[in-house]
Write a protein that binds this ligand. Structure first.
Ligand code: GDP
Length: 174
């Protein structure tokens, strides 16, 4: 039985739903969460990926340091995948996804030298008052090298598992 250890980052502006996403995703199975002194929230989830493969995910949530729009290299070190999240009712959280992606790409890459696979999540799609259109997200996702993008509602548990499955699939097939 092969076991993969994957460090995955969850980045994006404050209040877009990162901690809720991590909690929603991990709380269905065994998970443990530690508040680190640097303010990074680190959770673990074990997936029985296939008959021959187990995947141990380490989800790193930046937990309140978003205002810097820039993370230390230590946070990015060893990351094999990334979720960039924004809130569809908050246009600046969408615009800032560019900074998040650039910050990641300037500080982290895979051992192969390729960029770290990234999925873009348009969260809170359950809310009325949406200000970011699907067309603009789609264009942005293609222009900036995301694997893909998905609409999510952490509140209604829409696309949370699906998004992580898509990201893990991409990482394992890299
Ligand atoms: P973070 O700062 O990015 O970690 O955001 P949080 O996870 O703390 O979420 C910020 C607020 O948005 C909280 O009040 C959440 O309950 C709420 N929230 C998170 N996801 C959703 C969602 O999909 N829909 C709605 N309506 N609210 C959400």
């Amino acid at each position: 039985m092969a076991e993969h250890l994957l460090k995955i980052l969850i980045v994006g502006d404050g209040n877009v739903g990162k901690s809720s996403f991590t909690h929603r995703y991990t709380s269905g199975q065994f998970n443990s969460s530690y508040k680190m002194t640097v303010g990074v929230d680190f959770s673990v989830k074990l997936l029985h990926w296939s008959e021959r493969e187990k995947v141990r995910l380490q989800l790193w949530d930046i937990a309140g340091q978003e205002r810097f729009i820039s993370m230390t290299r230590i946070y990015y070190r060893g990351a094999l995948g990334c979720v960039v999240m924004f809130d569809v009712t908050n246009s600046s959280s969408f615009l800032n996804c560019l900074h998040w992606k650039r910050d990641l790409d300037s500080k982290a890459m895979l051992p192969s030298g390729e960029p770290v696979p990234c999925i873009l999540l348009a969260n809170k799609c359950d809310l009325p008052g949406r200000v970011v259109s699907a067309e603009s997200v789609d264009g942005f996702s293609r222009a900036h090298g995301f694997i893909t993008w998905m609409e999510t509602s952490v509140k209604e548990n829409r696309n949370v598992q699906e998004a992580m499955r898509r990201l893990v699939q991409d990482i394992l097939s890299a």
